[in-house]
Design a protein around this ligand. Structure first.
Ligand code: FAD
Length: 429
């Protein structure tokens, strides 16, 4: 079925999607495409700073399909073992709360689990890219999607050598990564001086401009008949005979046929209102958006050892990164913003300091194995979860939305949904 312009929406829709971040919006798109009447409930404004989808670096494409859990990450799975200045940080006070998540994270750090995770994620990223290309073919959306490739810069010989050793395996996995020869980086970023040891390049690197992408996508969805209610928070569920029969919100009640929880880092909290436990942890990141420095690179660059990304947004440059397991607080930390700027100075010492336009932090909804939670969960017959897209939610959301659409429509899913089962981690012990 195709999207129908201006189709009227009845009071109680076939499906309510809770959450208007990138995941919720793609669920809505794919459900509407299959003929369902859909209402999205978002407690803030679409593209507002409360959403993790609003201030990130927007990388999509085949870059970044590796799970966060991999053999080298075992050391971080000990609460408090990391330094507060490190790119990865776990707050010691959260140790007990985190222990179940960290246990599964440790398990996912084996080479075999990481390779299996990569296979699932790269398939989802490829599928997502195809959906994005179709969506962004229209004039208004086209300006919000760029595909110049991505540079992975390495400061240290050890970092570069280790990454270079993985190139053949990454290429075999379907990602066209290659080592940049001398002079090639100058061609890709002619105005920029790097102080680095070496660099890799993935020509399939692409990115979305957020938050503009969310706002424009919302407009496209509304035009296709999706109702989006902003400033509307879901506060409770009425349940009868294993079915959600009522949704309580800050702006009245709804009685949808099905419910999809796509509430990002708040999904566990929301699912708890329906009597369900999900294993999700928020991993905080920061971004800083500055006026475009004259010598900034004109394509995305990852400052690899620092785990910091830079992305050009017209007259602005966004710098983002860091992974902090510090609970549900979205407070912006000056200390973390300084660390982002230090990383940039370290890799690009001549980059001009320009005015700060926005400081932001957001909560990545993360599972221990970096695979999202998509599908039915718990005992409720008319509830699906679509969350846990972690550090690569922009790049996974379109395919995740398609899977939700296929599962609810009873179609053959494009990928095996078993590795994505929301209850795969069991209940906390
Ligand atoms: C610094 C940083 C950089 C990143 N860079 C990238 C990148 O380059 N590429 C990439 O792919 N990913 C990146 N990510 C990850 C990406 O941002 C997330 O994976 C993605 O935004 C998650 O989307 P979501 O829709 O699940 O969550 P969100 O965008 O957080 O959306 C969830 C929404 O649900 C709403 N909500 C919650 N509870 C309720 C309720 N009860 N009722 C109604 N609404 C509710 C919230 O207000 C929120 O807007 C980055 C993240 C960070 C922090």
């Amino acid at each position: 079925m195709t999207l129908e312009e201006g189709t009227p929406v009845r009071e109680d829709p076939d499906v309510v999607v809770i959450g208007g971040g990138v995941v919720g919006l793609f669920c809505a798109q794919q459900l509407r495409r299959r003929g369902a009447t859909v209402t999205v409930l978002e407690r803030g404004a679409l593209g507002g700073p409360q959403s993790c989808s609003a201030g990130n670096t927007g990388f999509v494409g085949t870059h970044g399909a590796a799970p966060l859990a991999e053999p080298g990450m075992l050391a971080i799975a000990v609460p408090g073992a990391t330094d507060p200045d490190a790119p990865w940080y776990i707050e010691p006070r959260l140790a007990a709360e985190l222990s179940h998540w960290l246990r599964h994270f440790r398990r996912a750090c084996s080479a075999e689990a990481a390779a299996n995770g990569f296979r699932v994620l790269i398939e989802m990223k490829r599928r997502s890219l195809a959906i994005l290309l179709e969506l962004c073919a229209s004039e208004n959306m086209a300006a919000l999607f760029e595909s110049p490739g991505i540079v992975l810069a390495f400061k240290t010989p050890a970092g570069f050598d280790e990454a270079s050793r993985t190139v053949a395996r990454t290429v075999a996995g379907g990602v066209p990564l290659r080592v940049l020869g001398s002079g090639e980086l100058d061609e890709l970023a002619p105005k920029t001086t790097f102080d680095i040891h070496g660099a890799l390049y993935n020509p399939e690197g692409a990115y979305l401009r957020v938050p503009e992408f969310l706002v424009e996508f919302g407009r496209v969805l509304r035009g296709a008949g999706v109702e989006i209610r902003e400033h509307t928070e879901v506060t409770g569920f009425g349940i009868r005979d294993r079915n959600i029969v009522r949704l309580n919100t800050t702006r009245g009640e709804l009685r949808p046929g099905n419910v999809v929880i796509a509430a990002g880092a708040w999904t566990a909290e929301c699912a708890r209102l329906a009597g369900m436990d999900l294993l999700l942890q928020p991993i905080r990141g920061h971004s800083l958006t500055v006026a475009m420095p004259p010598s900034a690179p004109g394509l995305p660059v990852l400052l690899s050892e620092a785990r910091v990304a830079m992305v050009p947004l017209g007259d602005r440059l966004r710098i983002g990164g860091q992974l902090e397991l510090t609970g549900m607080s979205c407070a912006v930390s000056d200390h973390r913003l300084r660390a982002l700027r230090c990383a940039v100075r370290d890799f690009l010492p001549d980059l001009e300091e320009t005015a700060i336009l926005q400081s932001w932090s957001g909560l990545r909804p993360c599972t221990p194995d970096s695979l999202p939670l998509i599908g039915p969960a718990g005992d409720l017959r008319n509830l699906l979860v679509a969350a846990g897209h972690g550090h690569i939610g922009m790049g996974l959301a379109p395919a995740g939305g398609e899977l939700v659409g296929q599962l609810l429509a009873g179609e053959q899913p494009f990928t095996d949904p078993i590795p994505l089962r929301p209850n795969r981690f069991g209940t906390p012990t």
